[in-house]
Design a protein around this ligand. Structure first.
Ligand SMILES: [Zn+2]
Length: 229
């Protein structure tokens, strides 16, 4: 803990004074983050660092496996974070960010490792679909590393599907007021791949091209034509 205490001291003494005006503005005017990012709790995956975001710019929800449980009325931290970001803060972009070498994805492949962690095991049921997809639809001769990577990427897509079950997100998709993004951070290379929902592929980011997106609004709000449509 000594390093953390030194860090607090350094922040207060050397960092905060240089950003005092920004913190004062945020304290007085509140936050208006540009996106909600749901990422893994893994200490190597730092949303603010990856995106070079500062205070007030990113609303972050982290958990083991960057999981979004399908909507239910049972209270949950992820559901609450989504509702607050979308409804109260009006966030228009939601990012689910997976990563390489994810311990949660390894747990899916080796359930015996989860025996002493019943809560983790139960939590990971929200990712079983990703595991099934890779087991059934991918080549059987994948290396362990390739398999974990594939599950982590499929897991991002599964969680994007779960996001759509949340009423606050579903309503904003219907009115084209929200976009869902799937990202994958490679710890070894620092690269961020993005999910292109139209192509069903993860792809590299090219700064001179539009950012591929996972899920866009459905284009029209009503399935039954309304007056004037
Ligand atoms: Zn992880």
């Amino acid at each position: 803990m000594g390093d953390l205490l030194k860090g607090i001291s350094s922040f207060r003494g050397a960092v905060f004074p240089n950003h005092q005006a920004l913190y004062r503005k945020l304290a007085e005017e509140g936050q208006q983050p540009q996106a909600l990012m749901i990422s893994c709790a893994d200490s190597r995956v730092m949303p603010e660092t990856i995106t070079q975001s500062g205070p007030g710019e990113l609303f972050v929800c982290r958990n083991a496996g960057n999981i979004v449980p399908p909507f239910s009325t049972a209270n949950g931290g992820v559901s609450s974070a989504i509702e607050y970001a979308v409804v109260a803060l009006g966030v228009r972009d939601v990012i689910v960010c997976g990563h390489s070498d994810c311990g949660a994805m390894k747990g899916l492949c080796h359930p015996d490792l989860l025996k002493p962690m019943p809560n983790v095991a139960a939590w990971l049921k929200h990712s079983h679909a990703a595991h099934s997809i890779v087991c059934e639809a991918y080549p059987s001769d994948l290396s362990e590393r390739q398999r974990i990577r594939a599950i982590a990427m499929e897991n991002v897509v599964v969680q994007l599907d779960h996001l759509r079950t949340h009423p606050s997100v579903a309503a904003k998709l219907a009115t084209n007021d929200i976009t869902l993004h799937g990202w994958f951070f490679d710890i070894q290379t620092g690269e961020v791949l993005v999910y292109d929902g139209a192509a069903a592929r993860f792809t590299e980011i090219h700064e001179d091209r539009p950012l591929p997106v996972g899920v866009t609004g459905r284009g029209r709000p009503h399935v039954i034509p309304q007056a004037g449509e």
